[in-house]
Design a protein around this ligand. Structure first.
Ligand SMILES: NC(=O)c1ccc[n+]([C@@H]2O[C@H](COP(=O)([O-])OP(=O)(O)OC[C@H]3O[C@@H](n4cnc5c(N)ncnc54)[C@H](O)[C@@H]3O)[C@@H](O)[C@H]2O)c1
Length: 231
């Protein structure tokens, strides 16, 4: 019996010379949706994307962004708009993505930086506190990626999605009372792997990063608690 023909693979050994590395890194004319983009890491990601040509649609529950948000337009030449959205509200998120399509034309990339933290002993953490962490960090990430990927699939253009986990998803952080927070970031990491696998057919890449401590707003919250513990 003849064996099924194996797929023909064409390898262009000169491909590396045909696309300049600056093109590979460019986000020119791409729209990046960034949850938690009004300040902190989300705004830092927005700045990095804008510097390589992207336009920025920031989703945040804050009405007013950090003053540096205005620099995305004035210094980077990006179109940047803040949408007031709570990432735990599916209907609100869907409406916000529709508004991005209307205002920007497409959804090409998405970064899920909206998140909350809490430092409290494991044995004293209440169900309600854990639920609120899970709602924002896990449900908020799940819903955002799901809706972003539906838009990318409908566009037929592929896309790139980045979730934000934490070093706490990988190991204990000695001295930090963050079991609840770690539970949520472990969830983010686990779901990212599954989403990445499922979204391959539509050329949607899903990655996750796990920052250590970055001295921004949420970190200052932990820092203040840490310092207060000595007073
Ligand atoms: N800063 C760090 O050291 C650090 C380390 C590891 C991971 N992270 C993660 O990075 C992400 C950003 O952290 P950050 O330090 O910039 O915090 P931050 O508090 O400065 O920024 C978080 C942003 O998310 C927004 N947000 C929170 N809940 C929301 C909701 N329900 N809907 C919409 N927006 C909401 C906030 O308004 C804020 O603008 C978080 O997911 C955090 O867990 C931060």
């Amino acid at each position: 019996m003849p064996s099924p023909a194996s797929p023909k693979v064409v390898v262009d050994m000169d491909a590396y010379r045909k696309t300049h590395v600056s093109q590979l890194l460019s986000l020119a004319s791409k729209t990046v949706v960034i949850t938690g983009g009004a300040r902190g890491l989300g705004l830092s990601f927005a700045r990095a994307c804008a510097e390589v040509g992207a336009n920025i649609a920031a989703f945040d529950r804050l009405d007013t962004p950090h003053s540096d948000f205005a620099l995305l337009e004035s210094e980077c030449g990006a179109k940047a708009k803040l949408y007031n959205v709570d990432v735990t509200d599916a209907a609100g998120l869907e409406a916000a993505f529709e508004n991005v399509k209307r205002d920007f034309g497409s959804v090409d990339c998405c970064i899920t930086a909206a998140g909350i933290g809490m430092e409290k002993p494991f044995l004293e953490t209440t169900t309600e506190e854990l639920k609120s962490l899970l709602m924002v960090n896990v449900l908020g990430t799940f819903l955002t990626v799901q809706i972003a990927a539906k838009h990318m699939k409908a566009q037929g253009t592929g896309g790139s999605i980045l979730t934000v986990a934490s070093v706490g998803a990988h190991c204990a952080v000695p001295g930090k009372l963050i079991a609840g927070y770690c539970a949520t970031k472990g969830g983010v990491l686990a779901m990212t792997r599954a989403m990445a696998d499922e979204l391959i057919p539509w050329n949607i890449r899903v990655n996750s990063i796990s920052p250590g401590f970055v001295c921004l707003f949420l970190f200052s919250f932990f820092l203040l608690h840490f310092l207060h513990s000595f007073w």
